[in-house]
Design a protein around this ligand. Structure first.
Ligand code: 13P
Length: 351
């Protein structure tokens, strides 16, 4: 295991107040999002959209790494350049989603187990050859009546740890993503309790599998009330609950925490990340960064709608969201950045 290389990659992924862009939607997820906007759900449209993303001018000023999907890492720009090469040339580290999706966990109604360990060593070797330097695996933990169970948490944590160990063996930094999903009417306190238990279990398993924590990025959920919970805490309360929970459960050796957005609006995700950095940045052992898919891409996708004529405006929106999130890492984001004219004046808007 090339320890130094792993540590350098992990550090680079959270350096300079940048963060990750998740563009690794599986085909079913990508098709669902395309269908909502009337975009044809073809391999060529997936490619066209991903080319729009990777060729966005100025993206590397805010984005350190981009997570690709199996189909995407095999695709090329119109000029024949593979997407992974194009990203690397722009100074963005290419990564790859390697799980094969969350399936129903036998004997555990309402719970999921993420699959993809079979053959993973060979797939990692191939992705590494294609230029990937980090990988991602997402476990899904739902909150509800009597769930999550220990059986679900332990099975997912074990799979995450086996995936992470295989990644490090192959020289790829594992992005470890145990997502406690926000669907449901649960309170923020319940989310905090479950997230803490999940993180403790994940780190116990990472330890048992010999994973080097300095060469890992954690991709957790923020600690939030359920989406249908009547009580919705303020941005500052969410920031406090999230940092308190992670301080209890995430070892200081981990270089960076890159949050998923999980269905929050783009603006709320930026505001909450910003509040965490304003209130705690100087006192934390790890960087608090982002690894958003929807909270970076959604506004751009809604502008693009599959139309070439909208491509430039979509790229501007993508770049704008990336810049807002970099500002949030610095604790310099504010709602004014969402205002077009103000954003232009302060240079948050892309050309
Ligand atoms: P969202 O930011 O849309 O939650 O996606 C992050 C991700 O990579 C999910 O695996």
């Amino acid at each position: 295991m090339n320890t130094q290389r792993l540590m350098n990659t992990a550090k680079a992924l959270v350096a300079d107040d940048k963060g990750l862009l998740a563009m690794d939607e599986s085909n079913p997820t990508c098709n669902r999002r395309f269908a909502k906007l009337g975009i044809p759900q073809t391999e060529e449209m997936h490619r066209t959209y991903r080319e729009l993303i990777v060729t966005t001018p100025g993206l590397s000023e805010s984005i350190s790494g981009a997570i690709l999907y199996d189909e995407t890492i095999r695709q090329r720009k119109n000029d024949g350049t593979p997407f992974a090469t194009s990203l690397a040339d722009a100074g963005i580290i290419p990564g790859i989603k390697v799980d094969t999706g969350a399936k129903d966990l036998a004997g555990h109604s309402g719970e999921k187990i993420t699959e993809g360990l079979d053959g993973l060593r060979d797939r990692l070797a191939e992705y590494s050859q294609m230029g990937a330097r980090f990988a991602k695996w997402r476990a899904v933990i739902a909150i509800g009546e009597g769930i999550p169970t220990r059986g679900c948490i332990e099975a997912n944590a074990n799979a995450l740890a086996r995936y992470a160990a295989l990644c490090q063996e192959a020289g790829l930094v594992p992005v470890v993503e145990p997502e406690v999903v926000m669907d449901g009417g649960h309170t923020i306190e319940r989310c905090c309790e479950v997230t803490e238990e999940v993180q403790r279990t994940v780190f116990s398993q990472l330890y048992k599998q010999g994973v080097m924590l300095e060469g890992v990025i954690l991709k957790p959920n923020m600690v939030l009330p359920g989406s249908t919970c009547p009580k919705q805490e303020t941005v500052e309360e969410v920031a406090d609950a999230t940092v308190r929970c992670l301080l209890r459960s995430v070892p200081a050796a981990v270089p960076g925490i890159a949050f998923l957005s999980g269905g929050q609006s783009a603006e709320l995700a930026s505001a909450r990340l910003n509040a965490m950095n304003v209130r705690f940045k100087a006192r934390l052992p790890w960087a608090l960064a982002f690894s958003f898919a929807r909270a970076i891409q959604q506004p751009a996708l809604e502008i693009w709608r599959g139309q070439e004529a909208n491509a430039l405006a979509a790229q501007r929106a993508l770049c704008h969201r990336a810049k807002c999130n970099r500002a949030a890492r610095r604790g310099e984001y504010n709602a004014g950045m969402e205002d077009y004219l103000h954003a232009k004046q302060v240079g948050v808007l892309c050309q």
